[in-house]
Design a protein around this ligand. Structure first.
Ligand SMILES: [Zn+2]
Length: 68
């Protein structure tokens, strides 16, 4: 590879490094969805996973507040 091209590639890589860091931070900001999965509750009566609902969508029973 030509030295000029190699230098250009190295410079590009150095310039992309902070961008990759920013992208990782952005992805970290988008991941609260994963935490939301943990807040989902499983109905003890029918086993349906209900997200943040006080009432089961399947059997209609009121779900107890369970903090895990
Ligand atoms: Zn249920």
């Amino acid at each position: 590879m030509e030295p000029v091209l190699r230098e250009f590639r190295d410079r590009l890589r150095r310039r992309l490094a902070p961008m990759r860091y920013r992208l990782q931070k952005l992805l970290a900001a988008l991941t609260p969805e994963i935490r939301e999965i943990h807040t989902q509750r499983m109905c003890p009566f029918c086993g349906l996973v209900t997200s943040r609902s006080k009432q089961c969508l399947e059997c209609g029973k009121t779900l107890a507040e369970v903090h895990t």
